[in-house]
Write a protein that binds this ligand. Structure first.
Ligand code: ATP
Length: 236
C-alpha cells in the first residue's frame, strides 16, 4: 500500500474543474516528479492533496486512511507538508525565526526528528545567515529556508512546488544534491518541476499531467524524451 495516493481525484476552482480523475501514488522514501506544461494542474494536485481545495474524503488516502478535504493544518500534523510555490516566507523575520515557527506546528516525528541544526547541516549557508532577515537572502537561500521549514514540520511526505524556479543552475544543483538526505530516512518527496531533465534525474518515478489528466506515468529511467514530449504536448 502506498503512503499517499489519490484515486480518481477531481478538484477545481468554483465551477472550473482543473483535475479530471487523477490516480497518483508515492511510497515511503520515494521521490516522484510531477511534470507538465503551465496550467496542466500540477500545483492544483498538490493543493488538493494538502486540503487547500475541497475534495471528497476517499479521493486522497494517507497512511491507509481517507483524508481528502482535511484542513491543511491537520494534514501537516498528520505528516504531509508543502513547500509552496513562491516560497512564502515570513518577511521581517530571520532565518532562525522562520524555522522556529515551522517547528511549532509540526507532526509527531516518525523518524530521527528534523532540528534547526540538521537543516543547517543540510544547507550550511543558512547557519551563517541564521540571524539575517529572510528578505535579505538570495532567492536560492530563501528556497533553502522554505525547504527547511517544510522539513521541520516532520513530514512523512513533503510536497515541493517548483523549488528550482528562477534560480541559477549552480544553486539548483546544490538544492537537488541535498534531497537524497531527506529521502534516506524514509521521507517521500513529490517534486513539481518545470525542468524535465532535472525531474527525470532526481526521481524514481514521474507523472506527466496535461489539462488535468495523467498522460504518462512510469519509472523515470525507462521513460524516453519522446515519451515525455508526446505526453507533455498531447500527441494524437
Ligand atoms: P504552473 O506551472 O503554471 O503553476 P500547473 O500545472 O501548476 O501550472 P495549475 O496552477 O494547477 O497548473 O493550474 C491548473 C488550472 O487551474 C489552470 O487552468 C489554471 O488556470 C487554473 N487555476 C489555477 N489556480 C487557480 C485559481 N486560484 N483560481 C482559478 N483557477 C485557477
Amino acid at each position: 500500500m502506498s503512503l499517499l495516493s489519490t484515486h480518481g481525484l477531481l478538484a477545481g476552482y468554483g465551477d472550473m474543474r482543473a483535475l479530471h480523475g487523477i490516480d497518483f501514488a508515492v511510497d515511503p522514501g520515494e521521490t516522484v516528479a510531477l511534470i507538465g506544461a503551465n496550467g496542466a494542474g500540477k500545483s492544483t494536485l498538490l493543493r488538493a492533496i494538502m486540503g487547500l481545495l475541497p475534495v471528497a474524503a476517499e479521493m486522497v488516502q494517507f497512511d491507509g486512511k481517507p483524508v481528502g478535504g482535511t484542513a491543511p493544518h491537520r494534514m501537516v500534523q498528520s505528516g504531509v507538508a508543502i513547500v509552496p510555490e513562491g516560497r512564502r516566507l515570513f518577511s521581517g523575520m530571520t532565518v532562525e525565526e522562520n524555522l522556529r515557527v515551522a517547528s511549532e506546528h509540526a507532526a509527531a516525528p516518525h523518524n530521527t526528528p528534523w532540528t534547526q541544526e540538521r537543516v543547517y547541516d543540510l544547507f550550511p549557508i543558512l547557519r551563517e545567515k541564521a540571524r539575517t532577515p529572510v528578505e535579505n537572502l538570495s532567492g536560492g537561500q530563501q528556497q533553502m529556508v522554505s525547504i527547511g521549514r517544510g522539513l521541520l514540520a516532520q513530514p512523512r511526505v513533503l510536497l515541493c512546488d517548483e523549488i528550482s524556479l528562477g534560480l541559477a543552475p549552480r544553486v539548483v544543483r546544490e538544492i537537488y544534491a541535498a534531497l537524497p538526505q531527506v529521502t534516506a530516512q524514509g521521507t517521500a518527496l513529490v517534486l513539481v518541476e518545470q525542468d524535465v531533465g532535472l525531474a527525470k534525474q532526481a526521481s524514481q518515478r514521474l507523472y506527466c499531467l496535461l489539462e488535468g489528466r495523467v498522460t504518462l506515468e512510469g519509472q523515470s529511467s525507462d521513460i524516453s524524451r519522446d515519451d515525455i514530449s508526446a505526453a507533455y504536448f498531447g500527441a494524437s
